[in-house]
Design a binder for this molecule. Structure first.
Ligand code: PEP
Ligand code: CO
Length: 450
């Protein structure tokens, strides 16, 4: 057990990896002071509700769909961009809920996903060494020394953009846009010619039949909140600890501390050291937490972290997000599942089929193959079935735009097509069509008859 008493700043006496080197000057303290006085973005009760829903995913009664950008981009904090992402999340969740007959917990990688871990602190661009891009909340991706110099005022900008994003998400999801009778409106014409588009049209017809049936027997879909409103929770990697600390507040009802920058926070594969600052910070906040686990894990170390983050073994507190890669998952997942189940730890198991399947193509672009993404998810499912454990959800990088960043899918994108609309500042994302196609695959895997 840690010997120190937790406080929202106790992480400062632990080694903190992946933090920017802020320039000297008053801007850091000024920004953090302002942030700590600004209102919280989410409130404790919402985090508690999410935690209790995640407890349902531990036992297989709900499915976690966590998805969004690899790195949100300040310039894409616009109405249309947010709407398109929301649309694809709504489409995917209706596919999984209806075709897969499973309750879906929707969590966006959004409204705060502005800080990124990097494999190197600096990079060489045209012979000039400069700080690596660390996400819009730290610096800017343009390859100039000025743009790459970390600027703490970007944390404030990130807060305001997260607030604006969340505001629009809340009004869309509560104000009628997410009502089930708009299921057709979330559709996009470009999907029509694809098999997933046909399947979606069939699903829309079936949903309409159900709504009409409900009306015919005297129920009133217009006044049924379950049909008119959805909840989309927010999440991001709690990487930039200065920012997370400034948004951490005490809940006046329970006296517990919550990191009110998002509903769920996760710890990346690079920053989950047992005696590191990230684990120290997150052990003390009561939000639901995620932790990424890649192939270089050590079983005893994982167990020690699980105990540290969830000493009371509270179901819903911890989601373990594995990201081994399609070729490695069969080798690395079973022993982890066995050990965690043997200890009786109650966790949600989620599959991130993105980060273990990245490759660099001949044109120097980072990409992922749709087929590998699907293969990792399918293997994850089969292994859980064989081990008698519960596959609880997926963690995906995707966008509502028509980007060309991942190959494959029914449009059969190849590496040579990716230049058509390659936009990401960070990792390659599934586009809207590939995402809906994946949702139908998920629905098939989840269906109770399977
Ligand atoms: C990410 O989710 O964008 C990420 C960096 O993942 P990981 O920590 O699993 O590498
Ligand atoms: Co990523």
């Amino acid at each position: 057990m840690p010997t120190t008493k937790w406080s929202k700043s106790s992480w400062r006496s632990f080694p903190a990896l992946q933090q920017p080197v802020w320039p000297a000057g008053p801007a850091l303290d000024e920004s953090l002071k302002t942030l700590s006085q600004l209102p919280p973005l989410v409130f404790a009760g919402e985090c508690q509700t999410l935690k209790s829903q995640l407890a349902e995913a531990v036992v297989g009664n709900a499915f976690v769909l966590q998805c969004g950008d690899c790195a949100e981009d300040f310039s894409r904090c616009t109405g249309p961009d947010i709407r398109e992402l929301l649309k694809v999340i709504l489409q995917m969740s209706v596919v999984v809920a209806y075709a897969g007959e499973k309750r879906v917990i929707k969590i966006g990688r959004m409204a705060g996903q502005y800080a990124k871990p990097r494999s190197s602190d600096t990079e060489l661009v045209n012979g000039v060494e400069m700080p690596s891009y660390r996400g819009d909340m730290v610096n800017s991706p343009e390859p100039t020394l000025e743009a790459r110099t970390p600027d703490p005022r970007r944390m404030l900008e990130g807060y305001y953009r997260a607030a604006a994003t969340l505001n629009l998400v809340r009004s869309f999801t509560l104000g009628g846009y997410a009502a089930l009778d708009r299921v057709q409106a979330w559709h996009r014409a470009s999907l029509d010619a694809l098999p997933a588009g046909q399947k979606y049209e069939d699903l829309v017809r079936q949903i309409w039949k159900t709504i009409n049936f409900m009306t015919a027997i005297g129920l009133d879909p217009q006044h049924t909140p379950q049909l008119n409103q959805v909840t989309l929770y927010t999440s991001h990697e709690a990487l930039l600890l200065d920012y997370e600390e400034a948004l951490t507040r005490m809940d006046s009802t329970t006296g517990g501390w919550y990191d009110c920058s998002g509903h769920m926070l996760w710890i990346g594969d690079r920053t989950r050291q047992l005696e590191g600052a990230h684990i120290e910070f997150l052990r003390g906040v009561k939000n639901p937490l995620g932790m990424k686990i890649g192939p270089n894990y050590d079983l005893d170390n994982i167990k020690a972290i699980v105990e540290r983050l969830n000493p009371d073994n509270e179901a819903g507190r911890l989601t373990l997000i594995t990201r081994f890669g399609a070729d490695k998952v069969a080798n690395y997942l079973p022993k982890l599942l066995r050990e965690i189940s043997r200890e009786g730890y109650r966790v949600v198991w989620s599959c991130d089929p993105m980060h273990g399947n990245t490759y660099q193509n001949e044109f120097g672009q980072k990409s992922r193959k749709f087929e590998d993404v699907l293969r990792e998810i399918k293997t994850f499912w089969e292994i859980h079935k064989a081990e008698g454990t519960v596959a609880g959800g997926v963690h995906l990088e995707l966008t509502g735009d028509h980007v060309t960043e991942c190959t494959g899918g029914s449009r059969q994108l190849l590496d040579k097509h990716l230049h058509q609309n390659y936009q990401t500042n960070c990792d390659p994302r599934l586009n809207a069509e590939q995402s809906v196609e994946l949702a139908f695959e998920l629905a098939e895997m989840l269906h109770p008859c399977k």
